[in-house]
Design a protein around this ligand. Structure first.
Ligand code: BG6
Length: 491
C-alpha cells in the first residue's frame, strides 16, 4: 500500500475515540497499515500533539478489541500529530498544509492523503470547501480521498445539495461515503452465500421465494443522542442506509466482477426498481411507533418522550416497519418486509428469506402438521451465521415432520475473531477500494425510497404515533403490513 497520512477532522469526538482510533490500532497490530503511516488529528480542543498522543493511547487502551501491545502502540503514536482549531478557521488549513508537507518530507515521498470527516454533518460542505480553497483536494504524485459518515443529507433535496457541494471540490472517485453495515463480515457474507454457492441462486427469485424479512432490532435506547435522534428517527437512522443496503445486496443481480462500480451498478438497479410510494399508499405500507416505558433485560427504562432532550410531544419514530416491492423480473410480487426499532426485547440483525410452501403434501394429514416453508436466515449479529430450516422426520414408527435447522456459526467455523467494520472500511479507503462505500447516485436512490414516507408522516399531524412497550417485540400495528397470513419472525 502506498504511504498514507490519515487526517481525522473531529479527532477528539466520540466516533474517533470509540471506533476509528481503536480500529487503526488493530490494523497496526495486524501489520495491515502501510509501512509509512501517519495520523493528523484536527479538533477544536486547543492542545499540543503530545497531549493528543496521550489521548489516542488511552482511547486505544480503553476501546480496542484486543489489549494493545506496547511496541505496536508506540510505533503508531510516533506518527501522530495534531492541528488545533475550528473547522471554519483558515489557519487550520494552513496548519494542515504545513503538517502534510512535513509528513511528506519525513517520508521522502508524497503521502496519499485520506481526509476523514468524523464531524457533525453540517461541517461536511464547509470542510470540503476549505480543503478546496487550500488546494488540499489534490496532491502531486499522490492520491487524495475524503471519507464521510452518515447522515448524507436529511432528505432527497439536501442529499442532492450535499453531493453537489462535495463534487464541486472532489471527483466522485475521491469520495468515500461510509455505511458501516457494509463493513460487517456477515453482511459481506451475504455476497459470498449468494455468489460462491450453486445451491441458493437457482431458488433466489419469485418462483421459489414467498417473502423476505429484514430485521434490525436493538435493545438500546437513544443514549445521549437525543438532539441527533429527534431530527432523525428510525427511518432516516437505519432504514435509509443500512437496511436498504442489506436489501440491495440480497436482491441484486450477480455483478460481473466484485469491483466498486460493477457492484454499485447492480445495487442501484435494485434501489431504482423499488417504486416510491404515493402519499395515499403510505398508511398501508409503512408503520411508525415510539417506545413507551417498559422493562428491557430486567431493567425499567423510560419511554422515548421521557428521555432527556426529547420533546414531551415528540412524533419522532423509534420504530419503523415497511413493506416494499422490487419491481423487476426476478422479484415481482415478492414482499420485502423491513422492521427496526430501539428498545425492543433484544438486539438482533437478521435477513430471513422465506421460501414458498411445498406445492403438494403427500404425507397423511397427521404427519404433515410440522411442514413449514424453508427459511434461509442470515444472522448479522449477534451469533453471526447462517441457518437453513428443513422439514425432517421425527424419529419413530410414524411419518411425522418437524422443522430442524442446519447451521453455520462464525464463532465455531472460524476460530479467528472478525475485524470491526471500521477496520475494513478505513483500510479500503486507504487502498482506494470503494466497493463497500455508497456512491452518490445510490444515496439519491435511497432517499427517493424513504422521502415519500417521511413526507406523508410529516404531513399527518392528526393521528397519534403508536406506542410500544420498551422490551416488547414492537407495536401490533406492524402486523397489518403482512398480508396473506404471513407473520413476523419471532424476535
Ligand atoms: C447507527 C445508528 O448508524 O447504527 C444507531 O445511528 C444504531 O442508532 C447503529 O444504534 C447500529 O449499529 P450496529 O453496528 O450496532 O448494528
Amino acid at each position: 500500500m502506498h504511504p498514507t497520512v490519515l487526517v481525522i477532522f473531529g479527532a477528539t469526538g466520540d466516533l474517533a475515540h470509540r471506533k476509528l482510533l481503536p480500529a487503526i490500532y488493530n490494523l497496526a497490530h495486524e501489520g495491515q497499515l502501510p509501512e509509512r503511516f501517519e495520523i493528523v488529528g484536527v479538533g477544536r480542543r486547543d492542545q499540543e500533539s503530545e497531549h493528543f498522543r496521550e489521548m489516542v493511547s488511552s482511547t486505544v487502551q480503553r476501546f480496542s478489541r484486543r489489549p494493545p501491545d506496547a511496541d505496536v502502540l508506540d510505533g503508531l503514536l510516533a506518527g501522530v500529530h495534531y492541528v488545533p482549531g475550528a473547522f471554519d478557521e483558515p489557519q487550520v488549513y494552513a496548519g494542515l498544509v504545513r503538517a502534510l508537507a512535513e509528513a511528506d518530507e519525513r517520508a521522502g515521498v508524497p503521502l496519499d492523503r485520506v481526509f476523514y470527516l468524523s464531524t457533525a454533518p453540517e461541517f461536511f460542505p464547509l470542510i470540503a470547501a476549505m480543503l478546496g480553497e487550500s488546494g488540499l483536494q489534490r496532491a502531486s504524485d499522490a492520491e487524495v480521498r475524503i471519507v464521510i459518515e452518515k447522515p448524507f443529507g436529511y432528505d432527497l433535496q439536501s442529499a442532492r445539495t450535499l453531493n453537489a457541494q462535495l463534487l464541486e471540490v472532489f471527483d466522485e472517485r475521491q469520495i468515500y461515503r461510509i455505511d458501516h453495515y457494509l463493513g460487517k463480515e456477515t453482511v459481506q457474507n451475504l455476497i459470498a452465500l449468494r455468489f460462491a454457492n450453486a445451491l441458493f441462486e437457482p431458488v433466489w427469485n419469485r418462483n421459489y421465494i414467498d417473502q423476505v424479512q429484514i430485521t434490525v432490532a436493538e435493545d438500546i435506547g437513544i443514549g445521549g443522542r437525543a438532539s441527533y435522534y429527534e431530527r432523525s428517527g428510525a427511518l432516516r437512522d437505519l432504514v435509509q442506509n443500512h437496511m436498504l443496503q442489506l436489501l440491495a445486496l440480497l436482491a441484486m443481480e450477480p455483478p460481473t466482477a466484485f469491483d466498486a462500480d460493477r457492484l454499485r451498478d447492480e445495487k442501484l438497479k435494485v434501489l431504482e426498481a423499488i417504486v416510491p410510494a404515493r402519499p395515499e399508499e403510505v398508511p398501508s405500507m409503512a408503520v411508525r411507533a415510539q417506545y413507551a416505558p417498559g422493562v428491557v433485560g430486567g431493567i425499567s427504562v423510560p419511554g422515548y418522550r421521557e428521555e432527556e432532550g426529547v420533546a414531551p410531544y415528540s412524533r419522532t419514530p423509534t420504530y419503523a416497519a415497511l413493506r416494499l416491492h422490487v419491481s423487476n423480473w426476478r422479484w415481482a410480487g415478492v414482499p420485502f418486509y423491513l422492521r427496526t426499532g430501539k428498545r425492543l426485547s433484544r438486539k438482533l440483525t437478521e435477513i430471513a428469506v422465506i421460501l414458498k410452501q411445498i406445492p403438494h403434501v403427500a404425507l397423511q394429514s397427521s404427519g404433515s402438521v410440522g411442514i413449514q416453508a424453508n427459511q434461509i436466515v442470515l444472522t448479522v449479529q449477534p451469533d453471526e451465521g447462517v441457518s437453513v430450516s428443513l422439514g425432517a422426520k421425527i424419529p419413530g414408527t410414524r411419518m411425522r415432520i418437524r422443522p430442524v435447522n442446519m447451521e453455520f456459526r462464525y464463532g465455531t467455523a472460524f476460530l479467528s475473531e472478525s475485524p470491526e467494520a471500521y477496520e475494513r472500511l478505513i483500510l479500503d479507503a486507504m487502498r482506494g477500494d470503494a466497493t463497500l462505500f455508497t456512491r452518490n447516485d445510490e444515496i439519491e436512490a435511497l432517499w427517493g425510497i424513504v422521502d415519500p414516507i417521511l413526507g406523508a408522516w410529516d404531513a399527518d399531524r392528526s393521528s397519534t404515533v403508536p406506542q410500544y412497550d420498551a422490551g416488547s417485540a414492537g407495536p401490533p400495528e406492524a402486523d397489518s403490513l403482512l398480508e396473506d397470513g404471513r407473520v413476523w419472525r419471532r424476535l
